[in-house]
Structures are given as structure tokens and as C-alpha cells.
Ligand binder design. Structure first.
Ligand code: ATP
Length: 437
């Protein structure tokens, strides 16, 4: 499929099937934010759960945290964000549109009006949303919506380290909303002004930083591949020295082949001891770690894998979207990994019939505590299969008239469309085996 078509088709599918809606649509939309509908919210939760499972549940060296969005304004001075969290901004003198100077096309032409040589000099634009905290609006009440969750982790380093009794190397993981006043939001949920980020700060002895940085680059690449992104649609791109953030000695982007070209999916950064050192200086609290075994005190270095949940969901959608022809008809399906699929099992009575209805409900009630299910009895069975294929439901369970006699149902596989007959009393076990990784 031509790449531009792919993007358009995924965006349409998201709207049509209740995954993602334009924000404030009845007021004409808000362009830079999106809302997740009944199916989208399930997919996004599964993306976040898959990350949490890998990063926290399956490891004994990482613990979780949920810090506040609003923080003491000194946090953002210490972190360098007030001074340096900026993008270069240019105006087109012809059409007055604004652009990120580092995202302009090589031709130098304005992406909006096509004028050449029309850009102003680049100036720095701070991406943090400023607000006022409390009832008085003055300089002393200025606060910020956090542009990353990482700082909530750094300021809690001592709280977490002492209460969890972890020793470096260990990590603190957090999922939460972040806000950036992006100059040019766009490409659907790829770049928005409000998004959710999944970040883990991994604290290590200083000399071990480079080794752990390599380790996390490879671990994170493996995670995407394990959840179904083809390896030729992923690559690791180390930043050039002039691209590095103010705090980093090494950063690599895990890039995905988006329909418009390679672009960042996740960043893995060696943040050194920058953040803990700065917070020690600004707060006056000693954030160093005393290693009893080696009898030495040091400020841990930090390796950070940081991934947007929304951007990640987009990559999974793009990689999973397929169209094929089945008996002369187009079939659209999302080949999502069962761990990500919004609905795991659809329960479909063959037709809306008062004899089938009670059994369909019985099957649905049996499955509901174990799986996210969708009980759907409206329309032809063929059309209902197609609807489930479109949102990536891995298995459909059909209750038909034979079920009334043999107490068995038909289980249909999304990808092969193959069907198995399974007794109802073996159904949970059968599905659990099929849907577990
Ligand atoms: P860019 O250079 O594209 O603006 P960045 O390098 O500033 O991105 P990071 O600070 O590394 O991005 O953010 C970590 C991750 O958070 C990104 O890899 C991406 O997945 C996600 N992310 C960052 N900004 C946005 C955004 N505006 N909308 C959606 N996701 C975002």
C-alpha cells in the first residue's frame, strides 16, 4: 500500500471504529490534541500495561512511581528546562505561519505557502506551558505543566531509594501525562501538545553508565519487535554531538518507518549525573548514594528510556494495518499482538434469536472475568467478523444452533480465519492457551 494512503486509512479507521476522535470536534476540533474512544482507550491501556509489565513487573530492579503533574517551580530551574527546553522557531514573512527551524524541508521553501527565502532568523521558543498556581496571578505564583515525568522521579530519588531499599543499579518507572507547547503539532497522535509518556530512570554507578546505556538501547528495541513491529521497520539512530540535549553525553533514538519516513519512536539517553547533581545544588539536599560495600559515596548516573504511549500506539497501529482480498471482497484487519488487542474475544450468536441469546450470554459471562470481551448480536455474522477484524480482535466465538445440542462453540482465528469447534467447558482454557504469548 502506498504510504500516504496507509496513514489516511489508519486515521479513518480510528475515527470510524471509536479508537481516536479529534478533540473538541463539535467546536471544529483543536488540532493539537486527540481523544481516545471506547476501543482506543483499551488499546492504549494495553500498550501501557505491556510496558509496565516489561519494565516493572518482570524485573526486580525497577519500582514504580506516580508523581504530581504540578511541581515546585524551582524543579524546572534546576532541571534546566526554564532556560533550555526550547525549540528554534522561525516565521514565514509571506504567510506568517510558524515552523520549527530544525524541521524545515531541505528546499528551504515554506511548507505552507511555498515562498523561498521568506523565513525570519530562528529564535528560541520555550515549550513549557506556564500557568499560575493558587488564586493570585503574579510572578511568584508561576508554575508549569510538566513536559516530562522524569523530574518527578529525580526529586523522589531519596524517598524511593530509602523506602524500597534498592541499590544501584536500579530504576524508577512512571507513566503519566506530559505537556509541550509544540510549534508544529501534527501527523495525528505522533506529535501533540498533551500526551502520555512512559519513562524509566535507571540509576547506576558512574563508571557503568556506558554499559547500561547500550543495554537499554537493545532491550527497548527487543520490546517493540516482541510485540510485533517488523524488524525492518525499526532502527537505532545515535544522535550527532550537536543534537544532544543539554544534559546528555549519549542519546539514541529508536526510530520507526512512519508513512512519511523514519522518525523518533523512543529516546534512550545517558543523562549522566546531571539531574541529581543539579537538584542537590538547587535544593540543598544531598542526593548522593553511599555504597557501603565499596565504602564510597557517589552521585548515580542515569540511563533513561522515554517513550510516548500515544506515539507508540500509532506505530503499533501502522504496523498492524493490513488489507487483503477474501473471496472477491476487501478485508481490513489489524494484526495486533493479542496482548495489545483492544478486545481479546468477541462473542457472536449466529443470529439474534431467543434460543441462542441465553447461551451467548452464558458464554460471555464465563469469559468476561478473564478477557476483555465484546458481545455483539447486531447484523449478519460475516459483517460482524469484519468489524472485529478491523479492530484486531484475535478470536471470535460463535454460538450457533448446534451449540444448543452439543454445548460447543466455533472459535475463529483473526489471521488465518481458521475455525475450531471447542466445548464450552474447555473454552476458557483453550483461549488462555491461544492468547498467551
Ligand atoms: P522531538 O525531537 O521529536 O520533539 P524529543 O526528542 O524532544 O522529540 P523526548 O524528549 O525524547 O522527545 O521525548 C520522549 C518520547 O516522548 C519521544 O520519543 C516520543 O515518543 C514522546 N513524545 C515527545 N514529544 C511528544 C509529543 N509532542 N507528542 C507525542 N509524543 C511525544
Amino acid at each position: 500500500m502506498a504510504k500516504p494512503d496507509l496513514m489516511e486509512r489508519v486515521v479513518n479507521l480510528c475515527k470510524r471504529r471509536g479508537l481516536v476522535f479529534p478533540s473538541s470536534e463539535i467546536y471544529g476540533g483543536f488540532r493539537s490534541t486527540w481523544d481516545y474512544g471506547p476501543v482506543g482507550v483499551l488499546l492504549k491501556r494495553n500498550v501501557k500495561d505491556a510496558w509496565w509489565r516489561t519494565m516493572v513487573q518482570l524485573r526486580d530492579d525497577v519500582v514504580g512511581l506516580d508523581a504530581a503533574i504540578l511541581m515546585h517551580p524551582r524543579v524546572w530551574e534546576a532541571s534546566g528546562h526554564v532556560q533550555a527546553f526550547t525549540d528554534p522557531l522561525v516565521d514565514c514573512r509571506n504567510c506568517k505561519e510558524r515552523f520549527r527551524a530544525d524541521h524545515l524541508p531541505e528546499s528551504g521553501a515554506c511548507p505552507n505557502c511555498g515562498a523561498k527565502g521568506s523565513f525570519t532568523e530562528a529564535r528560541r521558543f520555550n515549550l513549557m506551558f506556564e500557568t499560575h498556581v493558587g488564586p493570585v496571578e503574579n510572578d511568584a505564583s508561576v508554575g508549569y505543566l510538566r513536559p516530562e515525568t522524569a523530574q518527578g522521579i529525580f526529586v523522589n530519588f531519596l524517598n524511593v531509594q530509602t523506602t524500597s531499599r534498592k541499590k544501584p543499579p536500579f530504576g524508577i518507572a512512571q507513566i503519566g501525562k506530559a505537556f509541550r507547547n509544540e510549534i508544529t503539532p501534527g501527523n495525528f497522535i505522533f506529535r501533540t501538545r498533551e500526551f502520555e509518556v512512559m519513562e524509566m530512570e535507571y540509576f547506576v554507578p558512574p563508571e557503568d553508565g556506558p554499559r547500561w546505556y547500550e543495554y537499554w538501547c537493545q532491550e527497548r528495541l527487543r520490546w517493540f519487535a516482541d510485540l510485533g513491529i517488523p524488524e525492518d521497520e525499526l532502527r537505532l539512530r545515535p544522535h550527532d554531538p550537536d543534537e544532544l540535549s543539554h544534559y546528555s553525553t549519549g542519546t539514541s533514538d529508536i526510530e520507526f518507518a512512519y508513512p512519511w519516513g523514519w522518525g523518533e519512536l523512543e529516546g534512550v539517553a545517558n543523562r549522566t549525573d546531571y539531574d541529581l547533581r543539579r537538584h542537590s545544588e538547587y535544593s540543598g539536599q544531598d542526593l548522593s548514594y553511599y555504597d557501603q560495600d565499596a565504602d564510597r559515596r557517589y552521585i548515580p548516573h542515569v540511563i533513561e528510556p522515554a517513550l510516548g504511549a500515544d506515539r507508540c500506539m500509532l506505530a503499533f497501529l501502522l504496523a498492524a494495518y493490513h488489507e487483503e482480498e477474501v473471496r472477491g471482497e476487501k478485508r481490513t484487519l489489524l494484526r495486533l499482538d493479542p496482548r495489545l488487542a483492544p478486545v481479546a474475544v468477541a462473542v457472536l450468536p449466529l443470529s439474534r434469536n431467543e434460543r441462542l441469546n441465553p447461551v451467548a450470554h452464558e458464554v460471555a459471562d464465563l469469559l468476561r472475568p478473564r478477557f476483555m470481551i465484546d458481545l455483539d448480536d447486531a447484523g449478519s455474522i460475516g459483517r460482524r467478523y469484519r468489524r472485529q477484524d478491523e479492530v484486531g480482535t484475535p478470536r471470535c466465538v460463535t454460538v450457533d444452533f448446534d451449540t444448543l445440542d452439543d454445548r460447543a462453540v466455533t472459535v475463529r482465528d483473526r489471521d488465518s480465519m481458521g475455525q475450531d469447534r471447542v466445548p464450552i467447558d474447555k473454552l476458557v482454557q483453550h483461549l488462555e492457551e491461544q492468547l498467551s504469548a
